[in-house]
Design a protein around this ligand. Structure first.
Ligand SMILES: CC(C)(COP(=O)(O)OP(=O)(O)OC[C@H]1O[C@@H](n2cnc3c(N)ncnc32)[C@H](O)[C@@H]1OP(=O)(O)O)[C@@H](O)C(=O)NCCC(=O)NCCS
Length: 231
């Protein structure tokens, strides 16, 4: 049982690490920023004590983008329009769903109290919300599967998809101690395939003719990158 001084030392250590990485730490029980991590119980202490700390969502900045947790207030008609654009969802199974403000709010809520993250991608110069990323972690195996959607097509083919993907990929591998990051897409989604290849991921599996896109059976490609060659 950790008491008094030990507990305080651990808090200081975690806060120092957060500062060192210039990360904002968000509680997994809600997406409100909490600054210094709050430790509520011995279970929480153990959770923080076992690196990596999966139960955090970060804010990341790149040259042109800011990625931060997707909040309930980010569910806007403009965001809904991303999911209702058949060109945006052409290669995604989102195209089979009927999205509403309520379903988007439910999806955002579903990221509370688990190991996964839902991030908003903002264009820094334009202050525009241009897309989202998801991180589905499996802490037991040290893996994470990531997804990307730039919902505003005005921002396509400018290298922004690659920029967002690399930021999350590198962060998970280098800062969060994830051992292996995976991603996948349908073969005809050339932009997404290029992003995974250009970010140093390698093709590790193909599900042959697995999905029907516009009536044509297409392969699903699964890519991965390890934190080190031997991980
Ligand atoms: C797929 C997606 C993320 C690509 O984002 P993007 O910002 O346009 O991609 P980038 O500009 O970073 O391009 C990366 C590479 O892919 C190429 N590329 C991007 N879109 C392409 C397209 N439609 N056709 C051919 N090449 C394309 C770029 O030319 C670039 O290649 P290069 O570096 O050799 O020049 C974006 O189109 C998107 O969000 N689509 C809808 C959602 C989706 O399909 N997500 C993936 C679901 S699995």
């Amino acid at each position: 049982m950790l008491k008094g001084w030990h507990r305080w030392t651990l808090r200081k250590e975690i806060a120092a690490q957060a500062l060192q990485h210039t990360l904002l730490i968000f509680g997994c029980d809600g997406l409100a920023p909490i600054g210094q991590p709050r430790l509520r119980s011995h279970t929480d202490l153990k959770r923080f004590h076992h690196p990596p700390t999966f139960c955090t969502v970060v804010e990341l900045s790149t040259t042109r983008l800011r990625l931060r947790p997707f909040l309930a207030t980010d569910v806007t008609p403009a965001y809904l329009a991303f999911l209702q654009d058949p060109i945006v969802t052409r290669f995604s199974n989102q195209r089979f769903r009927k999205h509403t403000i309520a379903s988007c709010e439910a999806y955002q809520q579903s990221f509370k109290a688990n190991d996964n993250s839902f991030l908003l991608i903002e264009h820094r110069q334009d202050s525009a919300a241009i897309g989202t990323m998801t991180i589905y972690r499996t802490p037991q195996h040290g893996t994470a599967d990531i997804g990307l959607m730039l919902g505003n097509r005005h921002y396509w083919q400018k290298g922004l998809g690659l920029e967002a993907w690399l930021a999350v990929l590198e962060h998970l591998l280098q800062e969060q101690g994830i051992r292996k990051v995976t991603g996948g897409t349908a073969r005809p989604n050339i932009g997404m395939v290029r992003i995974m290849e250009e970010s140093g991921m390698t093709l590790e599996a193909v599900r042959q003719r697995h999905e029907l896109i516009e009536g044509v059976a297409v392969d699903l490609l699964y890519y991965a990158r390890f934190s080190t060659q031997l991980a």
